[in-house]
Design a protein around this ligand. Structure first.
Ligand SMILES: NC(=O)c1ccc[n+]([C@@H]2O[C@H](COP(=O)([O-])OP(=O)(O)OC[C@H]3O[C@@H](n4cnc5c(N)ncnc54)[C@H](O)[C@@H]3O)[C@@H](O)[C@H]2O)c1
Length: 333
């Protein structure tokens, strides 16, 4: 008996064991076609996931994650998402170095070191890099997390703040990678994690500079991948980009202070940190959109124009509504 006959025999036996209404449903040709479509879609999804995963890993496998061999360099580790990532990683026993323009107002775990630096200055970066190398060795994981966000329309926002947004959120990624990527390339081992935003995909009013800087951060991540693979021949250096929606941190204090007028979901830093640490500890390249229910955000630009405008208008509308309510409250005081 061939294996096909055997499968057919087992399938018929399994169907015969089902209750009668279920047997009738399975005998129905429309139900059979629907089941075939669902199976085909499931198979397509699995095949897509397989190819995406292995393409992102450049068809290479990882050495086992060995905390004592790794050194994580994390920018903006004194607040919000960065602070949470520092805490979560330090609990796994790996050494973490945080760079921040502000000093920590909390006690550092024993395996975490802090250095004060302005990551928009290549002079500051070079000086702190020399100290890090001397005291800890070469970082194997770089998390470009530090960021700023200012309120205001294009006409309202001062030039200095617009420039700072680009310098911290985009330009610093170039400066940090110039300093720390060569050692990763040489070892063909490492990971560059880019903290972008949902704003990489959807531009909103009152945060145009921020959205531009985060669209650039995504392009930086995508281009870096190409250079690692085709220019530097370092296929084992991993790259990840994380796109969170709103996260409860000091950066969005204006929103969290006015949450009663802002009806969009706000995640905790813990959720975002879990995703970032998952990429690092599993040495997995990838693009992570948070919350995962919003994964379709990356498709926005493939939508018909009227739908794209609808998405942007919906997101901008929530901000504008919050701002009007905030102003009305201030005027009433
Ligand atoms: N909070 C959100 O809603 C949200 C959403 C999506 C993406 N993000 C991104 O997540 C990252 C972390 O943001 P957060 O919400 O934790 O903000 P945060 O303000 O709590 O923390 C940012 C940290 O970056 C540091 N920093 C700023 N400029 C610096 C500089 N020039 N040099 C060194 N350090 C500097 C700050 O001192 C601070 O510790 C940012 O890249 C941000 O754009 C945040």
């Amino acid at each position: 008996m061939s294996s096909l006959d055997l499968i057919q025999q087992y399938t018929q036996a399994a169907i015969a064991a089902l209750p009668e209404p279920a047997q009738n449903l399975l005998g129905n040709s429309v139900a059979q076609k629907a089941a075939a479509i669902i199976l085909a879609l499931g198979l397509t999804r699995s095949v897509n996931r397989f190819f995406s995963k292995w393409t992102l890993q450049n068809w290479t496998t990882n050495q086992k994650w060995e905390p004592s061999r790794e050194l994580i360099l994390l920018t903006g580790g004194c607040s919000g998402i960065g602070k949470q990532v520092m805490e979560d990683l330090s609990r796994t026993g790996v050494r973490v170095v945080i760079l921040d323009i502000n000093k920590p107002d909390f006690k550092l775990p024993a395996n975490v070191a802090f250095y004060q630096a302005n990551i928009t200055s290549s002079t500051d970066i070079a000086a702190v890099a020399a100290t890090i190398r001397k005291e800890h060795g070469e970082p194997t994981v770089l998390v470009n997390n530090a960021g700023v966000g200012h309120d205001g329309t294009i006409l309202e926002e001062p030039e200095s703040k617009i420039r700072q947004t680009f310098e911290v959120n985009t330009l610093s990624h170039f400066l940090m990678v110039k300093e720390f990527l060569p050692a990763m390339i040489k070892a063909n081992h490492g990971h560059v994690v880019t903290i972008a935003s949902m704003a990489s995909f959807v531009a909103l009013g009152e945060m145009v500079d921020y959205c531009c800087s985060k669209a650039s951060a995504l392009a930086f991540h995508e281009g870096l991948r190409q250079e690692l693979r085709y220019w530097y021949n370092a296929p084992n250096v991993r790259t990840s980009v994380i796109h969170p929606m709103w996260v409860r941190t000091p950066m969005i204090k204006v929103l969290t202070d006015n949450e009663r007028h802002f009806r969009q979901p706000i995640m905790t830093p813990q959720v975002v940190s879990a995703a970032i640490c998952g990429q690092i500890l599993n040495q997995r390249s990838g693009q992570v959109i948070l919350p995962s229910s919003q994964s379709a955000a990356s498709l926005v630009r493939a939508m018909p124009t009227w739908m794209q405008e609808g998405v942007r208008a919906f997101a901008s509308g929530a901000l504008k509504k919050m701002r009007l309510a905030q102003q009305a409250e201030q005027n009433a005081r």
